[in-house]
Structures are given as C-alpha cells and as structure tokens.
Design a protein around this ligand. Structure first.
Ligand code: HEM
Length: 200
C-alpha cells in the first residue's frame, strides 16, 4: 500500500487530498459495515441504522460544541432515531466518546467532510434499500436532502487547495473519524437495539 501523506501538494485540492489519504480506511469501513450489518434484511437494516446512530452521536455533539456554524452538517441522529422508531426499535447505547484533537478549523473541516461525504454513499445505499425493502423501509437518514445541500456547499470550499496547516488538521481528523466508525462497526454488538417488536 502506498504511504499515506498528511501533507497536501501545493496545487492539490483539499478534497483530492482527503480522498487519497483515507481511501484505504473507507474501503475497510465499507467492508466492516457490510459485515456487521449490511441492509439485505429488515433486521440488517435496523442494525445498520443503529450503528450509524451510535457512531454519529458523539461526533455531532463535538461539532455542535466546537465547530463554526458553516462546518456543522445537519444532524443525522434525529433522522436515524425516526427511522429506528418506524422499524419499532429503540435507540442504541451510545458509542464510546471520541476525543478529537484540538478544535481548530482543520479538525472541524475534516470531520464535516467525512460526515457529509458519506451522503454520496448513502444515495447508492438508498437505491438498494428501496429495492430490497420494496419501498417500505424508512429512509429519512439515507435520503436526507438537507445533508446533500450541505455537501454541495462544502464541495465548493474543499475543491481548492487549503492552507497547509488546515489540510494537515483536516486529514488527521478525517482519519480519526474513519477509525471511530470502524471501531463502532467492529464492536457492533455494543450498539444492539432493544426490539419493541422483532423485525422480520
Ligand atoms: C456502509 C457502506 C458504505 C458504502 C457502500 C459507501 C459508498 C460510497 C460511495 C459509492 C461513495 C462515492 C464514491 C465516488 O463517487 O467517488 C462514497 C464516498 C464517500 N464516503 Fe462512503 N460508503 C460507505 C460508508 C461510509 C461511511 C460510514 C462514511 C463515513 C463515516 C463514508 C464516508 C464517505 C466519504 C467521506 C466519501 C467521499 C466524499 C468525496 O468524494 O469527497 N462512507 N462512499
């Protein structure tokens, strides 16, 4: 595997740099999430939503406390809670708190990029979920238009080179956020939901 660069090339856009630096982590996470939950059955899909809720809750709390408003993606945990409730499930236990490094602009930017960029994958997953669930499974989270709108705004900001310090901080934060999701996926038994009624 090629060594990961935390330092961006001077003419490289921040988005290109972040994608290259975290490509392997994203692939690992994609596989781990499909192994831990996936979305082939209603019960799988409920586990997927629970895992997303557990992983995102501490990150949304961190952003709300430390990030400027333009780097706070629309919270997804209320949408995940709504989808879980529609499936007859309660909220999962929260994941361990993630400690991000010092709250500078790069840290918030890298964290916001991972959370908002995942909306691209969510669109692809939503199509599969619509097909597998015959259009009956709730998709408030996967189909969130507000997150997609936030993503479009963020793209304008990251499709240009960032200041070196900011790129470094953003990369470190993005790596930490992927590692956090991976940890939650690998310990997914800790985010089991309490079924009010067993999903089919
Ligand atoms: C669950 C399985 C997942 C699948 C199948 C998946 C799939 C995808 C796909 C198809 C893309 C678009 C690639 C492209 O257009 O070049 C993408 C991009 C991305 N995903 Fe995922 N993803 C998954 C999980 C996640 C998770 C959990 C996160 C966040 C923690 C995440 C973060 C991102 C980011 C940051 C991008 C890149 C955004 C950019 O292009 O700047 N993904 N993913």
């Amino acid at each position: 595997m090629a060594p990961v660069r935390n330092i961006a090339e001077p003419d490289e856009s921040l988005r290109t740099h972040l994608r290259a630096a975290t490509m392997a982590a994203h692939d690992l996470l994609d596989h781990a999430m499909q192994a831990a939950s996936g979305w082939q059955t209603r019960a799988d899909y409920a586990r997927f939503l629970a895992l997303q809720h557990a992983a995102r809750a501490p990150l949304e709390d961190w952003l709300a406390a430390h990030a400027p408003a333009d780097l706070c993606p629309p919270p997804q945990t209320p949408l995940l809670a709504r989808d879980l409730a529609a499936l007859g499930l309660e909220l999962p236990a929260p994941a361990p708190v993630l400690t991000l490094s010092s709250p500078d602009a790069g840290t918030a930017l890298g964290t916001a990029w991972v959370l908002a960029g995942s909306a691209l994958g969510n669109r692809a997953i939503a199509k599969q979920v619509a097909r597998i669930g015959s259009g009956e499974w709730p998709v408030a989270f996967l189909g969130d238009d507000a997150m997609m709108a936030f993503w479009q705004g963020l793209r304008l900001r990251i499709e240009q080179p960032a200041a070196p310090g900011e790129a470094e901080g953003a990369t470190r934060a993005a790596e930490a956020v992927f590692a956090h999701f991976l940890e939650v996926a690998e310990n997914s038994q800790s985010v089991e939901t309490t079924p009010e009624s067993l999903p089919a």
